[in-house]
Design a protein around this ligand. Structure first.
Ligand SMILES: Cc1cc2nc3c(=O)[nH]c(=O)nc-3n(C[C@H](O)[C@H](O)[C@H](O)COP(=O)(O)OP(=O)(O)OC[C@H]3O[C@@H](n4cnc5c(N)ncnc54)[C@H](O)[C@@H]3O)c2cc1C
Length: 594
């Protein structure tokens, strides 16, 4: 068997998801997307994936091996980055989902998600500059005054300046209510910003002349905690009399990271000289609300990153398993060595990776479509329902590809045997990259508390009811399509278990027993995600029965669906039991015992 070059992501999967499972063309019936068609979608995805394979992928290893350096107070990134960044801007990636009024193409999030996944799979750190700039400019577009938009947004969307998200401080990571950076009003329309930020990605680089940090800070006299946090645009350089001058933003240090090494993450000081100017974005004290409003998009993008990083490693290990010869069939005596893909345990690892990677992409496509309908749906009812499902599933879309993606990345190393443990092969680097996705944009533990403490119980459980309906429809479709009835029943029972467990935990919460409700939020997240991915796989298996796809793809889809529903979904009653009994081994463990 021949080895294959790494496709990053399987194009056939992307087409299957876009056009057979998720009906991307159906979105063109909505006013916002009426200028689009399958042709414009394909054109966009094709151009992005071609660039990812030809131009971006070859730069991944050099950038991993030559991370940025900090010299003379400035950060110097890899010399190939300015050209790559320019090419991504020219491809329209920075503004694809934006309206035409700001130079965008109003591309559905669903299509954009699939396209950007190729960029992330090819070189996630290099893509990071684009993703961060889009996120920061998008915040200004949504909440900034015309003056702030004029000052910053147009240059960011044009790719002349880049952006960052500057939230984290040494004492305020997960706990953003403890942010201490201060903002003092002046008579000149701006604020004077003072404080320290840490881990700020892309805050200095030399790719473009300026960077705009979207920073959280507390206006003097603002209330304590989350209610007193405001959002500011704090550029590295500010415009004065037509030229750019220092804005008193200094790089205090470059963080030496184990992954994402193309993209520098920095410790920043605002206002060492007392002259760091920030422009308020939106209303005072609403900063965290604005950030959270944009968080769904950011979290979905982290999920895409997780899926993409697991995908590129999966394809690397698949290629290796086809080419590497070792051992013989069970019971065979002598003869030629066989490719390791012939061994059942290697196929176990490959199918597990496939189930995680493709299940993740299916979920990410589903939530991206909900994001499109939530914003542009035809009726209020459609928009509301899609919004509910989007909020409910976002913690899963962020955490599952990161958590199980890491497991999948470890399997890619394992398939490479001892060679996987060397830096001669790529899987170890992808494994290092993947780890970040469980940490940033709210750690996975924080997501688990958001899911159980907020999303499933919001509006009297309306979102969970909507999800149960979606899963019920998928089961009905699978039965009608002739899928294995046992797999359908497995998912049906799992949904019932998740529903009743949620009700029990919700009642504890309403009775004021927060510990009893949230003690096993991690297991709850695992249970919920396992169900949701089961739903995605059963749905894909049902669609595959009639979709215009190859017989091979149909059978592979059924095999992965069977794998997930038979090996993972049966864990759900056990996880439910842990939540219900509030199994207390770690809950009662005293800090002194460790
Ligand atoms: C490479 C990299 C790039 C980053 N880029 C950016 C960026 O561009 N902009 C930005 O603003 N930030 C960025 N961050 C920061 C990132 O978002 C934070 O590291 C993350 O939010 C976690 O905060 P922390 O590191 O302070 O960890 P902590 O909050 O101290 O958490 C430590 C551990 O305690 C757990 N924990 C904390 N609180 C709770 C709780 N209430 N309940 C249960 N468990 C809890 C966490 O889950 C975690 O396991 C980046 C980080 C890294 C590593």
């Amino acid at each position: 068997m021949a080895t294959r070059s790494n496709p990053l992501i399987d194009d056939g999967l992307v087409d299957f998801l876009l056009y057979s499972v998720l009906d991307a063309e159906g979105l063109c019936q909505l006013g916002a997307y009426e200028q689009h068609s399958k042709e414009t979608f394909d054109l966009y995805v094709d151009s992005v994936r071609r660039f990812a394979r030809q131009d971006l992928l070859p730069t991944y290893k050099p950038m991993d091996e030559e991370p940025p350096v900090f010299r003379d107070g400035r950060v110097h990134t890899h010399p190939a980055l300015p050209a790559l960044f320019g090419q991504m801007v020219d491809l329209g990636v920075l503004t694809a989902t934006c309206p035409e009024t700001v130079g965008g193409q109003q591309m559905p999030t669903l299509v954009h998600t699939m396209a950007t996944a190729y960029l992330m799979a090819a070189n996630l750190g290099a893509y990071g500059f684009v993703g961060l700039t889009h996120g920061a400019a998008n915040l200004i577009e949504a909440f900034g005054t015309d003056e702030v938009k004029e000052r910053f947004m147009a240059k960011m969307y044009a790719g002349e300046w880049t952006g960052t998200m500057a939230l984290t401080e040494p004492q305020a990571g997960s706990s953003l209510g403890d942010i201490a950076t201060s903002a003092t009003p002046t008579d000149e329309g701006h604020y004077l910003i003072k404080g320290s930020k840490i881990f700020i990605s892309g805050a200095d680089h030399g790719i473009t002349e300026n960077v705009v940090n979207l920073a959280l800070a507390r206006i003097d006299g603002a209330p304590d905690g989350t209610k007193g946090i405001s959002l500011f645009a704090v550029p590295r350089l500010r415009e004065e009399n037509g030229s750019l001058v220092s804005n008193d933003v200094t790089v205090a240090g470059l963080i030496h990271k184990i992954g994402w090494r193309a993209l520098p993450s920095l410790a920043l000081e605002f206002g060492d000289e007392g002259d760091c100017r920030g422009w308020l974005v939106g209303e005072p004290n609403q900063g965290l609300r604005y950030m959270f409003q944009m968080m769904n998009e950011a979290r979905i993008m982290i999920g895409v990153n997780g899926a993409a990083t697991a995908s590129v490693a999966y394809h690397e290990s698949l290629s290796y398993a086809l080419g590497r010869k070792q051992g013989r069939r069970l019971g065979a005596r002598g003869g030629e060595q066989i490719s390791i893909i012939e061994h059942a345990d290697v196929r176990r690892m490959l199918l597990r990776q496939k189930a995680i990677v493709e299940g993740s992409f299916a979920l990410l496509g589903t939530v991206s479509r909900y994001a499109d309908v939530a914003e542009h749906g035809a009726s209020e009812e459609d928009r509301e329902r899609a919004g509910l499902l989007l909020n409910l599933l976002t913690p899963i879309a962020k955490t599952f590809p990161a958590e199980r993606g890491f497991e999948s990345n470890v399997l890619a190393v394992q398939i490479h045997g001892g060679y996987g443990y060397t830096s001669e092969y790529l899987p170890e680097a992808y494994m290092r990259d993947q780890k970040l996705n469980t940490l940033h944009e709210g750690t996975n533990a924080i997501q688990s508390m958001d899911l159980l403490g907020r999303q499933v119980v919001a509006k009297g459980g309306a979102a969970l009811r909507a999800l149960a309906e979606e899963i019920g429809s998928a089961i009905a479709r699978a039965r009608e399509a002739g899928c294995d009835p046992e797999l359908c029943s497995e998912l049906e029972e799992a949904m019932a278990t998740v529903g009743s467990t949620t009700m029990e935990l919700g009642q504890r919460g309403m009775a004021g027993d927060a510990d009893g409700m949230l003690g096993h939020s991690w297991d709850y997240l695992d249970m919920f995600a396992t169900l949701v991915i089961g739903w995605q796989w059963l749905n894909m298996a049902a669609v595959a029965r009639t979709a215009p796809i190859s017989e091979e793809r149909r059978r592979a889809t059924e095999a992965a669906a069977q794998y997930w529903l038979r090996t993972e979904v049966p864990r759900i009653p056990h996880l439910a039991n842990l939540c219900r009994t509030n199994e207390d081994s770690y809950i009662k463990a005293e800090p002194e015992w460790f």
